[in-house]
Design a protein around this ligand. Sequence first.
Ligand SMILES: Cc1ncc(COP(=O)(O)O)c(C=O)c1O
Ligand SMILES: [Zn+2]
Length: 417
Amino acid sequence: MSDFSFVRGLRCVTCDAEFSLDDLTYTCPACGPVRGTLDVEYDIGQLRAAFIDELLKERDDRTLWRYHELLPVRDAEAVLPLPIEVSPLVWLACDPGFTAPKRLLVKDDTRHPSGSSKDRATSVAVAHARELGKTAIAAASTGNAAASLAMFAARAGLGCYIFVPESAPAAKLTQIRAHGAHLFAVRGTYDDAFSLCAEVCAQEGFYNRNTATNPYLGEGKKTIALEIWEQLGFRVPETVIVPVGDGCILGGVFKGFRDLHEIGLIPRLPRVIGVQAEGSAALASAWRAGQDACMAVSAETIADSLAVAMPRDQVKALRAVRESGGQFVTVSDAAICEAMHVLATRAGLFVEPAAAASLAGLKEAAAGGHVGLDDEVVLLLTGHGLKDIAAADRAAHNNQPIHVGLDLDEVTAALHP
Ligand SMILES: Cc1ncc(COP(=O)(O)O)c(C=O)c1O
Ligand SMILES: [Zn+2]
């Protein structure tokens, strides 16, 4: 047992079969790639005895590895000094334009090195790949996970193979190319790219960073929950609102709170509310129908990061909402654009559509009575506004530039019409 990580093993979310950390098992062979995603388990007794909350007070490390006992990488040498640091948790000190809880915080995950929450998962995946001695790593992605992986694979000196839908926003494609990754722009959807990437990994022996398939990614995402707990002074809010595509971030955030609860560090679990785009709402539809499996949808939304036909982390995502007493809500593209506009113009927060879905989702959740006005609520902002300039432009369409010559009178006339 290493002192660095108290990880114990892997367990299938459906049949409870256990798997050793020493083999690179991605999903349970008996339950298949969607039903058979794996939970990472820790030695809870050892975590209790370590008094993690006391250790943290002494710890200087501002990266997510400050929680190394609760992360699945056992070899400290495999961890690279990547600057994925505690992200700001700040009050949303503005009128969101609807009746909202007064204690409203945003967890600003747009500031990570590649501009999205995906850096958390990549940090863990790259360390894990290095621990296993892998020299190449691959991922399918709507764009952000790939941009993140391309960046950190470059830093780690790993070969990097990326599969994205051809339609991914230009900025995300540019990020991937800039870091020198091999970029396959797939003529198809994200779901098609996902399957192709899995086949290539199996054939070539690449480390597979596909969301949900890789059980270690959610462990990176769970540091969002650990940070919120620590930033609030070792307590948790009533509700956390998370934008959802495959459901990995949602499942990861819940896992963080569940780990804290199991260790005995929090007395209750916060509700997690998942927000999906109306045009890509496979999980919300399954939830409303009381089903524990998703039907594929056509996945069309301005929030490209949420455009997923068949959510791969559906078991963990549905479990997160069920076990936390949470909810799924859906939001229209118009509501997402409005939320981008409100965040940018009233709160000074420039986010991509998927991230703005959190605020739009809060409006839905409040209207539906799923959030109380006295609740303390955290909105997770997952991706930076520069990720998708076309969408940002759409949200800012009412604010057109005033074209003027080098003429003070023209400016004066415009200022005082
Ligand atoms: C900015 C952003 N928000 C939300 C999500 C949704 O995350 P998940 O697919 O884990 O549900 C993604 C995934 O690509 C993303 O890039
Ligand atoms: Zn199984």
